[in-house]
Design a protein around this ligand. Structure first.
Ligand SMILES: CCCC(=O)SCCNC(=O)CCNC(=O)[C@H](O)C(C)(C)COP(=O)(O)OP(=O)(O)OC[C@H]1O[C@@H](n2cnc3c(N)ncnc32)[C@H](O)[C@@H]1OP(=O)(O)O
Length: 302
C-alpha cells in the first residue's frame, strides 16, 4: 500500500483519465514526506486500541465504522493509522459510489483519545498528529464517492471534525455535534475549521468554535450543517441512511463519481481550473455507456 498521504494529488483519478491539469495544486510524494509519515506512524502505534472497520457493499455504498465503544469511539493512534489505510482502500475502489461513516454502539466519535493527547501534549508531536489527520480527512472528503456521516449520540472535538469531512451529515433526533476544542484549550487541527467555514459560513463557524456551542438537529439544519434528521426508534438509522443516500447513488458509477469530481473541483479550485476540470470530466462520460443508453431509450424528464 502506498504511503503517500502527504501531498497526494487532488482528484487523482480524474487526472489519470485526462492528463495533468492540477499542476498548481500538486505536490508529489517525496522521500522526505514518506520518512516523516513513517515517523508519525511509529509514534501513533504507541497508542493502540479500537479499529476502523470498512465494508464495501455490492450496492456500491461502503460502510466505515469508527469502533472504540469503551471510549465513546475516541481515536486512538492505531485508529488514525487504520483510517488512512481505509481511505487508501477506498481511493482504489473503482466500483464505489457512496460512503457512510458511522460510530459503533450508537454514538459517533468523541474525538482524539485523551490518553494519547496527554502523552503527546508537546507542540511538535501535536503538529505531526494534526498533519497526519488533516491529510487523511482531506483525502476522505476528496474521494470520488458521495459521503454521509451518520451521527448518532455525540460527535465531539475531532469527532465533529470527522463529520465535516463528509459531503452530508444526517443526525438522529437526540444527536449532538459540538466543537469542544475551546473547552480543551484548543482549536480544530484536523481541517475541521476550514471545512466548517465552507459549510456554514464564517459567522456561524465563529459562533460554533468560539462558543463551543452544541448543535442539535434543529439548529444544525438552520445553519446548513445538518442535511436530515432520523427519528430515533423509527427503524434502523443505518437502513434509513442507506435509503437517503441511494437517491444520489442510484445509477452508473462513472456518472456518480464524475458528479462528485465536478462539484469538488468547483468547491476547491479557481473558476478557470474548475472549468478545465469540468471539461475533462465531461469527456469521460460523454458517449459513455450510461449516456448512450439514455439516448437509445429516448429518455423523457417529466
Ligand atoms: C484535534 C482533536 C481534538 C480533540 O478531539 S480533543 C478530545 C475532545 N473530546 C473530549 O474531550 C471528550 C471527553 N469526554 C466526554 O465529554 C464524555 O466522556 C462524553 C463523550 C460526553 C460521554 O459521556 P458519558 O456518556 O457520561 O460517558 P463517560 O464519560 O463515562 O465515557 C465513557 C468512557 O469513555 C471514555 N472517553 C470518552 N471520551 C473519551 C476520549 N475522547 N478519550 C478517551 N476516553 C474517552 C471515558 O473516559 C469513559 O471511560 P471510563 O469508563 O471512565 O474508563
Amino acid at each position: 500500500m502506498a504511503l503517500c498521504s502527504v501531498g497526494r494529488p487532488l482528484l487523482q483519478n480524474t487526472q489519470r483519465a485526462s492528463g495533468c491539469f492540477f499542476k498548481r495544486k500538486q505536490t508529489f510524494c517525496c522521500k522526505a514526506n514518506v520518512a516523516q509519515e513513517e515517523e508519525v506512524r511509529l509514534k501513533l502505534r504507541l497508542f493502540p486500541g479500537g479499529s476502523i472497520d470498512l465494508q464495501k457493499q455490492e450496492s456500491g455504498i461502503a460502510l466505515m465504522t469508527v469502533n472504540n465503544p469503551s471510549r465513546m469511539n475516541a481515536f486512538s493512534g492505531s485508529m488514525m493509522i487504520e483510517l488512512e489505510e481505509r481511505v487508501c482502500e477506498l481511493e482504489s475502489w473503482t466500483e464505489g459510489k457512496g460512503l457512510i461513516v458511522q460510530g459503533a454502539a450508537g454514538t459517533f466519535c468523541s474525538g482524539s483519545d485523551l490518553n494519547a493527547v496527554r502523552a503527546i501534549s508537546n507542540p511538535q508531536d501535536g503538529m505531526k498528529m494534526c498533519m497526519f489527520m488533516q491529510n487523511t480527512l482531506t483525502r476522505l472528503l476528496r474521494l470520488p464517492l458521495i459521503s454521509v456521516a451518520l451521527v448518532e449520540g455525540k460527535a465531539l472535538g475531532g469527532g465533529a471534525e470527522l463529520a465535516t469531512a463528509c459531503d452530508f451529515r444526517l443526525l438522529t433526533s437526540d444527536a449532538v455535534i459540538q466543537f469542544v476544542h475551546k473547552h480543551m484549550g484548543l482549536v480544530p487541527g484536523w481541517g475541521g475549521a476550514a471545512r466548517l467555514v465552507r459549510i456554514v459560513g464564517s459567522q456561524n463557524a465563529l459562533k460554533l468554535l468560539a462558543g463551543a456551542k452544541k448543535v442539535d438537529p434543529d439548529f444544525g439544519q438552520q445553519i446548513g450543517l445538518v442535511d436530515g434528521v432520523l427519528t430515533v426508534g423509527e427503524g434502523n438509522s443505518l437502513v434509513e441512511t442507506e435509503r437517503w443516500l441511494s437517491q444520489f447513488t442510484k445509477g452508473s458509477a462513472p456518472v456518480i463519481r464524475a458528479v462528485k469530481k465536478v462539484v469538488l473541483s468547483g468547491r476547491e479550485l479557481s473558476l478557470d481550473e474548475a472549468l478545465t476540470t469540468e471539461r475533462h470530466v465531461f469527456g469521460t462520460v460523454w458517449g459513455g455507456p450510461a449516456n448512450l443508453e439514455a439516448l437509445a431509450l429516448k429518455t423523457k424528464h417529466k
